[in-house]
Design a protein around this ligand. Sequence first.
Ligand code: WQD
Length: 319
Amino acid sequence: MPKVLVIGGAGYIGSHVVKALLQSQYSVRVYDDLSSGHEINLFANAEFIKGDILDYPSLNEAMKGIDAVVFLAAKKAVGESMINPEKYAVNNIVGSVNVLNAMAENEVKAIVFSSSAAVYGIPQYVPMDEKHPLNPLNFYGFTKVETERLMQWYDALKGIKYTSLRYFNAAGYDADGDVKGKDKEPQNLLPILMEVVTGKRDFLQIFGNDYDTRDGTCLRDYIHVTDLATAHVLSIKRLLEGKESLIVNLGTGTGTSVKEIVIAAEKVFEKNIPVKYAERRSGDPAVLLASNETARKELGWEPKYTNIEDIIRTFAKIY
Ligand code: WQD
């Protein structure tokens, strides 16, 4: 079977991708510096090399004998990217250049890249398809746009085919409990809410209840991490069949509001979840919703988790 290098394979999404690749009989090598990933997320039947994408010689060594790359390693805190863009420029842009150069040097011709809905900025229409204009509102989103552009050039000049997966709001955990690493410093709604459920926090802050939505709180497209992982496997398979480069949104196409998330979690965990209303968080669009037609048509992908309660239930595996 082809050998896949999963860069960032000890992280939240990466470890789910590794599991899915192993289940599909791929041979897997993980490259991760464990800065935010977890050692307990490593699978015994995947090779592991501890290394940083900024260490070119080490990355180049890890690329030997590889047929395809899944590239997830990056910094991902949106707020921090606005305060410390230098860090994001180096890790997410220079890091991407290193990955592509190591691929070119070793003649590896296929890459699946972790992009984000953050490339779009404020929606001009919803659901958003891949043709929606790119106007990132934060530096994090800008680094994702830049890597997509780098990949376009390396495709044209070096024949490296890519699939850029623009994730909407990733959520949930492996239903078998095989991924064990919790978010170290949660920034996103669901891991924060789980800390309220487990008593680590006293209440959930809801940022804004005066949006133009059905209940005044923001709507997001929550997509289960195992469904994201499946899309990576399908993308690898498709690229190894010799298909062209592709950009794909990954979402369910359904919006859930912050209030609806709280109600669903109260039902799943049979607990009252205390909330406090706070000011709007800057840069939050009222609605983010994916059109997933390209994923369905080009990858033959379909989300298995379409019910928010089922997604939330999978957090119980590790919290
Ligand atoms: C979801 C909703 C908040 C926390 C971000 C990035 C995106 C991607 C995923 C990448 C919003 C509300 C949140 C809280 C709240 N990043 N909220 N109280 O902002 O949609 O997406 O994370 O790797 O690029 O932009 O996700 O989970 O932060 O927020 O009310 O304590 O929950 O206002 O409406 P977001 P999120």
